[in-house]
Design a binder for this molecule. Structure first.
Ligand code: AMP
Length: 553
């Protein structure tokens, strides 16, 4: 495979001084971590408020946790779900699961019982590690091993900025993570050495039809993309990684945990994103690198403590997961200095497949106003294909198809879905875009029916399924409509059963109780009949256009 620098010589000016195509340096993510432990055992690797965990301590804690899992009956190859906020226990548990030879299943902490249940069933998880205040969503739907932990652990200040109202909660029938670890103090589990193709994490993504699909993120995927972050963005041991992206998502898994474990750069965690607190934490820790959704950066700009020098140390800033308005990049640079650079990828590419080089200014497409998402990262080949799978010439708009070492191995126990998405190693992204004459890529549309609410993805079918559970609903169609802050938000069109009555507010509350906060419809509009084709298929685009007009976009 030719180097990206052979294909696009102009990129050489942004050289970070490293080889251009990556040779994986480790067979698995544990080896990658162990190398850092050996290099600098006493370096801090996690900062959580005023608590610090060194590499040596993280190694010991995860060893002890692995021993606890094994003693409780977890065996190699088992799936262990992590249902946690951005807390140090996430990293301890992830490494601990890998040390048992197991697979971590990442679960969004915003998920409600119904959503958690789906993931636990599909993955066949034998254990769950969760925050105490999420236990109530797990116990009623899961009779396996539950290990609970409090967000108050690993920091001593009980920081009122983040923890006002957070209490320790009794969890009858669960094991306490701290006690489990303490019970195996100083012990090491039997050594394991996963192969590069072995699955490290199942990260769930929903689909147009059917239940959520667990993307098979291998150890090789984790190592490759951790190296990509290190070499493309120039993240090294002297950097401080600021953990604003959720750890359950691939951005947090690789752009925070992976790159920190690889380089030994400390990872700053602070439970859950809150802009005022985030600015305080950047100042306190001297954070230098971050990657997050654009809504994070908009929120930072509007925080009451957002002085001009608030982000003085934060010089490497990347954003992905949703389109970035060029006006936001400009406003952020004017307010704070640094340029927000685009990174593009998805769960199925283990975070980035494209990114803007660290010192480059990405162009804006004059016709659509879209900011370029960058160029393909190391070892990655991207094609734009037409309706019949034919490769389109430069400049033409088609589906973005990605081949490279970051493409996941498929979906957990879903061979048909895997074969549809990944053909001959090439991932059909469902995103529509093109490449310009200099090799910059632009994402201009989506083939998939996904709604992108500030980086959080909502699949209309899931919201429609919940609406159909309501006795008054005859038909439901959910679409994305423009939203000033999130880019897009959720709107439902509903027709009612004869003789039934319900208000939009009641339907919204009904969904709120059953879906994560970013998924429930912000607006419900009643129609006599939903528009359909002759064969009865819902005309979603028509509804979307109707929704756009109504919201004045
Ligand atoms: P997820 O699997 O949650 O990471 O979502 C991936 C999807 O987010 C992609 O398929 C795109 O539709 C969208 N996306 C990711 N990065 C960008 C970006 N930089 N610009 C526009 N859309 C993006």
């Amino acid at each position: 495979m030719t180097s990206i620098y052979d294909q696009r010589p102009w990129l050489a000016q942004y050289d970070t001084g490293r080889p251009h195509d990556i040779v994986p340096e480790y067979a698995n993510a544990l080896e990658m971590f162990t190398a850092s432990v050996r290099r600098t055992p006493d370096a801090p690797i996690i900062r959580y408020f005023d608590g610090v965990i060194t590499l040596r301590e993280l190694d010991a804690l995860s060893d002890e946790f692995a021993c606890g899992l094994l003693a409780a009956g977890v065996a190699g190859g088992d799936r262990v779900a992590l249902y946690l906020q951005n807390v140090p226990q996430y990293v301890i548990a992830l490494l601990g699961v890998w040390k048992t030879g197991g697979i971590a299943v990442s679960v969004n902490p915003m998920y409600k019982q119904r959503e958690v249940n789906e993931l636990l069933r599909d993955s066949g998880a034998s254990a769950v590690v969760c925050l105490e205040n999420l236990y109530g969503n797990v116990r009623p739907v899961f009779d396996g091993l539950v290990i609970t932990t409090s967000e108050l652990r690993h920091q001593s200040r009980n920081d009122p900025r983040a923890f006002g109202g957070v209490d320790s909660v009794a969890c009858p029938g669960a094991r306490d993570m701290g006690e489990l670890i303490a019970g195996f103090a100083g012990q090491r589990p039997p050594a394991v050495s996963p192969q590069s193709g072995d699955v490290a994490v199942l990260t769930y993504t929903s689909g147009t039809t059917g239940p959520p699909k667990g993307a098979l993120i291998t150890h090789g995927n984790v190592v490759f993309n951790a190296q990509t972050y290190r070499d493309w963005m120039g993240v090294g041991a002297d950097d401080v990684v600021f953990g604003v992206a959720p750890l359950f998502h691939v951005t947090g898994l690789i752009g925070h945990i992976g790159v920190s474990l690889l380089t030994g750069a400390p990872l700053v965690l602070f439970h859950r994103f809150e802009p005022t607190l985030a600015i305080d934490m950047i100042r306190e820790t001297g954070a230098t690198f971050t990657v997050g959704s654009i809504t994070v950066f908009i929120a930072l700009m509007n925080a009451p403590n957002a002085d001009r020098d608030a982000l003085a140390t934060l010089i490497k800033v990347y954003s992905g997961g949703a389109p970035i308005p060029p006006s936001t990049v400009k406003a952020f640079a004017e307010q704070f200095g640094p340029c927000i650079r685009n990174i593009y990828g998805m769960t199925e590419t283990t975070s980035p497949c494209h990114a803007v080089p660290l010192h480059a200014d990405a162009p804006v497409d004059q016709a659509s106003g879209a900011l370029s998402v960058g160029v393909p990262v190391f070892n990655t080949v991207v094609r734009i294909v037409g309706e019949n799978g034919e490769e389109l010439p430069q400049g033409e708009v088609g589906e973005i198809v990605v081949s490279g070492p970051q493409v996941v191995a498929g979906y957990w126990k879903k061979p048909e879905e895997t074969a549809r998405a990944i053909r001959a190693g090439a991932l059909h992204t469902g995103d529509v875009g093109y490449m310009d004459a200099d090799g910059w890529f632009y994402v201009v549309d989506r083939k998939k029916d996904q709604i992108n609410a500030g980086g959080y993805k909502v699949w209309p079918r899931e919201v429609e399924d919940v609406l159909y559970e309501h006795e008054a609903v005859r038909e439901a169609a959910v679409v994305g409509v423009p939203d000033a802050y999130r880019g897009e938000t959720v709107k439902a069109f509903v027709s009612l059963r004869p003789g039934k009555e319900v208000t939009p507010e009641e339907l919204i509350d009904f969904c709120k109780a059953r879906l994560a906060a970013y998924k429930y419809p912000r607006e419900v509009e009643f129609l006599e009949e939903l528009p359909k084709t002759g064969s009865g298929k819902l005309l979603r685009r028509e509804l979307q256009d109707h929704g756009r007009l109504r919201s004045g976009a």
